[in-house]
Ligand binder design. Structure first.
Ligand SMILES: Nc1ncnc2c1ncn2[C@@H]1O[C@H](COP(=O)(O)OP(=O)(O)OP(=O)(O)O)[C@@H](O)[C@H]1O
Ligand SMILES: [Mg+2]
Length: 464
């Protein structure tokens, strides 16, 4: 094998990308950081692809110029005959310092190793988190959220269908250091369907906008024109009380359409739903107080529509108050429950439409989404296409990876192709929230997980 005495050389014609035409003998792989020395400058660069042809070629992007003050990611320059050098951990530290990447989420899998860090400031964009079941999405999301909670003042609302985050406020006793200390100080509220008064997860029908009330009642303005019209005119009645208060008045009404409306409420079983606030505070009241974190334990309702009602009432309220421009990060685990293109019940459609609107227009109002799911096709394209950050965990389906490639052009294809080989807990982070795309193994949780996997009982072992 021919090894260059002075190491491989690189070329950049456009000052953005680079090519090493003959990298024989070098150990750099997709995901490695390197420095290229040319024309009296040093530039940090990311290898995005290593071809296994002869000779071996490396391609990648320039990350920024190495200056006395750090890494200037706004500057990169074309060059002809650059010398490729390895990078040490101090250089990565430098990159993190100068870009403000301070959230330690794990360890880099490629040279030069060291910590992988995210930029907290770039959670002011929407984030898509993807990986097959068991890839470790929820666990890793917990690691990132712990960092965000501890090191920012950004209020976070977690839509948690599997009770995975209900113990986010419980820091493990053996966890120490600044992140653990900060987490212990945070105001983390958990709202659950069957909790004691004060922490019940509830929604108010009367404060929902007309269109959302109609969705809850499965009312179509054309097909159900008489009842819908009655709802329009009964606005003041419907604003005056909860469903059960209004129901008896409607049942006794002289107006046939009002009685039909009452039957509809009864037939849908709405009076039996435990989600209605009654005398309790609603989810919108709690979130409006802006706790550091509000965990919405959505899984414990007696019917699936009730979690949609909670989501709809909260999203409606945040949207209605958007001009206040108070930032909030809306974390939606199992996002297909709320954002799948195939959902077709009126409440689900209303939730999805609201999410599409927030994805398209919410950013400038401080309404930022983080959606986690198993496959890209499970989230509506109108939402996914608005995501500027990507966290990808193990995903073996080639079609899913191809689809991701079409949405996330900023994620290098060769790095996306690592995904089928990931072990649990390994991820690709790409987009605005990292200084350069990075393959990483996420760190350990400092707080307890809620519902972890159930073990297969083995003979001779007691599971009690
Ligand atoms: N980095 C990790 N370190 C230790 N345990 C982990 C790690 N990642 C995941 N696990 C464990 O593996 C199991 C599955 O992980 P997790 O629930 O995060 O997967 P998931 O991708 O969210 O799956 P699903 O799509 O089914 O929700 C959990 O019991 C979790 O505790
Ligand atoms: Mg999960």
């Amino acid at each position: 094998m021919l090894v260059h005495p002075s190491g491989p050389t690189a070329r950049s014609d456009d000052g953005r990308s680079f090519l090493v035409a003959d990298a024989e003998g070098s150990a750099f792989v997709a995901g490695s950081l390197i420095v290229v020395r040319a024309d009296g400058r040093r530039q940090l660069a990311l290898v995005e692809e290593r071809s296994e042809t002869t000779p071996v070629r490396l391609r990648g992007r320039l990350v920024g110029e190495v200056t006395a003050d750090g890494i200037d990611t706004r500057a990169s320059h074309a060059f002809d005959d650059g010398r490729v050098e390895a990078v040490d951990e101090a250089m990565v530290h430098n990159l993190h310092e100068t870009t403000g990447a301070m959230l330690a989420v794990g360890t880099r899998l490629t040279s030069p190793g060291g910590p992988a860090r995210l930029l907290p400031t770039r959670f002011n964009r929407h984030t898509f988190w993807c990986g097959q079941s068991g890839s470790g999405k929820t666990y890793a999301l917990g690691v990132v959220l712990e960092q965000l909670i501890a090191h920012t003042a950004l209020p976070i609302v977690i839509f948690d269908p599997n009770s995975d985050f209900v113990r986010l406020g419980e820091v493990r006793p053996d966890a120490d250091g600044p992140t653990a200390e900060a987490l212990r100080e945070r105001d983390i509220r958990v709202l659950r369907p069957n909790a004691d008064a004060g922490s019940r997860l509830r929604a108010k029908f009367l404060t929902m906008p007309l269109a959302s009330k109609a969705a809850v009642l499965h009312l179509d303005p054309i097909a159900d024109r008489e009842e819908f019209n009655e709802l329009l005119h009964l606005r003041t009645v419907f604003e005056a009380g909860e469903l059960e208060d209004i129901l008896s008045a409607l049942l006794d009404s002289e107006v046939p359409a009002q009685r039909r409306l009452a039957m509809r409420v009864q037939n849908l079983g709405l009076p039996d739903w435990e989600v209605w606030a009654g005398q309790d505070r609603s989810v919108t009241d709690v979130v409006a107080e802006r706790p550091d974190v509000t965990v919405l334990d959505l899984g414990g309702f007696s019917t699936p529509d009730q979690q949609l009602v909670v989501a709809l009432s909260l999203l409606d309220d945040l949207w209605a108050r958007r001009d206040e421009r108070r930032p909030v990060l809306l974390v939606i685990d199992e996002a297909h429950n709320l954002a799948c293109p195939q959902l077709d019940s009126p409440i689900a459609v209303a939730v999805r439409e609201r999410l599409i609107q927030i994805a398209a227009e919410g950013r400038k109002y401080g309404l930022w989404l983080l959606l986690s799911t198993q496959r890209p096709s499970k989230v509506h394209p109108g939402i996914i296409s608005q995501c500027d950050n990507l966290a990808l965990m193990k995903m073996t389906s080639p079609t899913d990876l191809d689809e991701l490639g079409t949405y996330f052009g900023y994620a290098p294809t060769a790095l996306l192709e690592h995904s089928p080989w990931f072990r649990q807990g390994e991820a690709l982070f790409a987009g605005g929230f990292v200084p350069a795309p990075v393959l990483a193994k996420v760190g350990s949780r400092l707080t307890y997980e809620g519902g972890s996997d159930v073990d297969v009982p083995l003979i001779g072992h007691s599971n009690t």
